[in-house]
Design a protein around this ligand. Sequence first.
Ligand code: AMP
Ligand code: GLY
Length: 430
Amino acid sequence: MKVLLVGGGGREHALAWKLARSPRLTRLYAAPGSAAIARLAECLPLKGSAAIVEFAARAGIDLTVVGPEAPLVEGLADALLARGLRVFGPTRAAAALEGSKSFAKEFMRRHGIPSAPFAVFDRIEAARAHIAEQPGPYVVKADGLAAGKGVSICANRADAVEALERMMVRREFGEAGARVVIEAFLPGEEASYFCISDGTGYVTFPACQDHKRIHDGDRGPNTGGMGAYCPAPILTPALERRVQESIVEPTLRGMAAEGRPYRGVLYIGLMIAGGEPRVVEYNCRFGDPECQPLMLMLESDLLELLLGAVEGRCATQRPRWRPGAAACIVMASAGYPGEYATGVPIHGLESLAENETCAVFHAGTALADGGWVTNGGRVLGVTAWDASLQAALAKGYALVGQMGWEGVSYRKDIGQKGIAKVRSVGPAGP
Ligand code: AMP
Ligand code: GLY
């Protein structure tokens, strides 16, 4: 089976690594891929949906797997389907769960899915008046895609008005900020929950926790994610059942009923407080870096799981998960999530002992004169599986210690929330 993977970050490196192990795979292509993905797939510099569809048709691609949200929100799946090609990833209408926060919030309200109270604004005067009436803290969100930067959590009114001005007046996120959603702040602990659906049936993944802040102890500015681990014991079996019944199933039923059946991977960002799970956000893709430890936890064939969604077989799929836990530690450039240099030589990367239970996924690297150099804010995702979360972290951090570059930064406390929770409530099962 010929597979085309769209994307080129750490998430796609992990997907390529797992797809390459599928007994059903005959050939793997990636567009654009990366220098690291090129060791697993033939990389193609295809630009835009039309070029991807053309290539998939000409090369006889059996399945296109779309990693990032932007092409899905723009309608890449629709364009492939219109040519009779198979795709793993939602249509544009279904990807609106991520592509429009106002759509997602109104959808949740229509279907009784627990989430934060909110209001939607197209005019800044009305948004300002709303803030003047509500108590803080305020969560101000650009409606459209903003590369993960469109959410501002504001402690006071002045900051909330400043966020509104950045989005609606200065248009820092372009058209994505023409409309804003203002939400009530939800306290609690976050978890990332993933399921793959064919529109009705679904298969779930072990719950994950990301580490969004740059510094240890969840301090400093937000990033794309500095590390992740799974399974996250915060999602006890009883809570997971609640998430499925009160969130996953009404979401899939509601999308089907509204003529937007959701086929692909659905990422549900959860906030959990007092035993109550609520939706903070939906995404129409795997999380990055959550995908990296999930690929190490998955023992069975990823391609089979993705095909199950395309062929309407999710309800009968029984993926095998490894026991134990997996974790990913992100190694980032100095200065990230602000400005950072690129082209800094990375040492130690070639001599690492990688295997089925520990792998280094490249988020932002390049090859220069035969050696690896940094080429992004998040550079590497060191990912390890073991029989316990402690052991997985020990294995991962041991690998982190064997490589680096000038100015490298990483969090030293990845997974510690999970370890503390295991001590208090017992281990999570995938
Ligand atoms: P989003 O892009 O909607 O996921 O928001 C990014 C991050 O902002 C989330 O992962 C949360 O950490 C935080 N966040 C978003 N909405 C809320 C909310 N209503 N209450 C508290 N935190 C939130
Ligand atoms: N790790 C957060 C995200 O992928 O959005």
